[in-house]
Design a protein around this ligand. Structure first.
Ligand SMILES: [Zn+2]
Length: 311
């Protein structure tokens, strides 16, 4: 019973956080990364087999590879969960966290970089992740300025296209997917384990977030999902940036949905309708159930801007 209560509490925390742009996803004011840590536990692990785990809880989903070489972690949530992540990983492996790859620059996927560096990890990311961490920009989706991040957070091993790490007996490919969720996203393919981490190019069970102000486009996000789809088979375990563990069939449905969003907005834009008129027409009415911290109007606006429409 105690276990059941605990699980319910975690679920409530996760759901309530997932409704809030302040915590679930997306560019975070730095103040939130230094806030006092809430009562534990926040982070839970899901065993994917073969020494692989997915860490759930507030912020982006983490992928963990454990083995003889050490721990390779994909993303690291917020700074305030850094120690808890380290503690959870210590229950999965007695080896150090050797590498952390940031799928993109947002603070809910890279917030604990300082804490991971402090335990000896090297932070890997696409060149644009490091570049974006160093600049302030206005995020139109949330109507707030995102401040440049402290240099101590920046990745120190960056790549311009793709990168392969041979680790724990597996071939781990980081594949840059241009202009998707942002312009710096990687999807990570554990070839032998048959696991793909999509970062925020895939929100499982909710509307997508295209960060146009960070170089993202819905067309690129469709392309990124298609790349992952083509790498997958029916047994592939797919880790989304947010939401539950997924699979190829669900990813296929997501691609169709993104394409529908694109096509519906484009048809109206091409016919000369304004953004306000398209939003008022509610072309995503059948997707109301997928609204979370991203509303249909946000997605229509991001698609409009992806198609070259002005803010
Ligand atoms: Zn993101």
């Amino acid at each position: 019973m105690k276990k059941l209560l605990l699980a319910s509490t975690i679920l409530l925390v996760a759901c309530s956080q997932a409704k809030s742009p302040a915590d679930a996803a997306e560019p975070q004011p730095q103040a939130s990364e230094t806030a006092e840590a809430p009562a534990k536990p926040n982070i839970t692990s899901q065993d994917l087999g073969g020494g692989f785990y997915m860490l759930l809880g507030p912020g982006g989903n983490i992928g963990v590879s454990t083995g003889d070489d050490g721990v390779y972690m994909i993303d690291d949530k917020f700074a305030r969960f850094g120690q808890e992540i380290i503690d959870v990983v210590a229950t999965l492996s007695d080896k150090p966290i050797t590498y952390v790859l940031n799928t993109h620059h947002h603070g809910d996927h890279s917030g604990a970089n300082v804490e991971m560096k402090a335990v000896g990890a090297t932070i890997i990311a696409h060149d644009n992740v490091r570049s974006r961490m160093g600049i302030s920009y206005m995020n139109e989706a949330f109507g707030q300025k995102q401040e440049a991040r402290a240099a101590g957070l920046w990745p120190t091993l960056t790549f311009s296209e793709d990168l392969t790490l041979w680790f724990n007996g597996d071939e781990v490919r980081a594949i840059h997917t241009p202009a998707g969720h942002t312009d710096g996203d990687s999807i990570v393919h554990f070839v032998g384990a048959n696991i793909v981490h999509l970062g925020d190019n895939y929100f499982n069970g909710s509307l997508p977030f295209v960060d146009v102000d960070s170089g993202g486009t819905i067309q690129g996000m469709i392309g990124a999902q298609q790349t992952a789809y083509d790498l997958s088979n029916d047994a592939t375990q797919i880790i989304p940036g947010h939401g539950a563990l997924s699979n190829k069939a669900e990813l296929g449905e997501s691609i169709k949905r993104l394409q529908a969003i694109h096509d519906r907005v484009k048809a109206r834009k091409d016919a000369g309708e304004s953004l306000a008129a398209i939003t008022a027409a509610d072309p995503l009415a059948d997707m109301t159930d997928l609204e979370s911290f991203m509303k249909k109007s946000d997605v229509i606006k991001a698609t409009w801007r992806s198609l070259g429409g002005s803010k």
